[in-house]
Design a protein around this ligand. Structure first.
Ligand code: NAP
Length: 229
């Protein structure tokens, strides 16, 4: 029997790393990506083994390579679109290049992964896609409007994809966390402004992802699951 593969983007730290460890624990072989190879090596070591392919998920060429690699490793059962970029910018501060990057990393990258993986999932008659959105998609902190707008795009794209996937046994879940203790959050808010004990841990999000894959949340395809402490 072919091994069950889980592809996780943004797996070098934070929520992506915790998700990699949780899915390995759940029995999946891992294919991990992010731009920083050193971070991926660390995640792979912590997980007790993983295939890594470093690169930028906002590059369609890199995403194509990822899907080809995933399909060569086994059955691509789980995809977690987790890579993200969340600068807080006023409209005056936001250059058009920044706007393009926010859309590219948070929205287009997820679309590329789904687009290139779709024929693989259809052919194998099923799979689970988990797209990581954000509470900012409905209620952004000051300056997170551009990021929240991109994540709102994730919510809607995922709903439509979940409907298309039904006929093929493909589920598409969207998880939209509030604040989580990661380097992304700490670039925005200090522990003094938002103490660690008031926010979620990356492991909390990983737990919800595993519940979507094969647990209590597996009947939530198409829903946006908002999580906050
Ligand atoms: P993080 O600690 O900053 O980790 C982000 C990961 O994504 C890193 O491994 C990073 O590695 C990778 N990444 C970033 N840009 C990439 C690109 N262009 N191509 C490939 N990989 C890329 O962030 P996090 O807090 O764990 O966030 C994970 C997801 O949760 C994101 O989608 C984020 O929007 C969402 N989220 C986070 C929070 C929060 O409070 N932390 C709340 C709501 C939603 P490299 O930089 O090496 O590429």
């Amino acid at each position: 029997m072919k091994p069950s593969i889980a592809l996780i983007t943004g797996a070098g730290r934070g929520i992506g790393r915790a998700t990699a460890l949780a899915l390995k624990q759940a029995g999946y072989d891992l294919l991990l990506t992010a731009r920083t190879k050193r971070d991926l090596d660390q995640t792979a070591e912590l997980a007790g083994g993983a295939t890594i392919l470093a690169g930028d998920v906002s590059s369609p060429a890199h995403v194509k390579r990822l899907i080809v690699r995933a399909a060569s490793l086994g059955k691509l059962e789980v995809i977690v679109n987790n890579a993200g970029y969340a600068p807080a910018l006023s409209i005056e501060q936001m250059s058009l290049a920044e706007w393009d990057k926010i859309l590219a990393v948070n929205l287009s990258a997820m679309v590329y992964v789904c687009k290139f993986a779709w024929p693989v999932l259809v052919k194998q008659k099923g799979g689970v896609i988990i797209n990581i959105s954000s509470m900012a998609s409905r209620d952004p902190f000051a300056g997170l409007g551009p990021y929240g707008a991109a994540k709102a795009g994730v919510n809607i794209f995922s709903l439509d994809l979940a409907r298309q996937g039904k006929a093929h046994g493909i589920r598409v879940h969207t998880i939209a966390p509030g604040a989580v203790e990661t380097s992304m959050l700490r670039k925005l808010l200090s522990p003094k402004e938002l103490p660690t004990n008031q926010i979620m841990r990356p492991e909390d999000i990983a737990e919800a992802i595993v519940a979507c894959v094969n647990g209590a949340l597996k009947h939530t395809s198409g829903e946006v699951i908002y999580l906050r402490k």
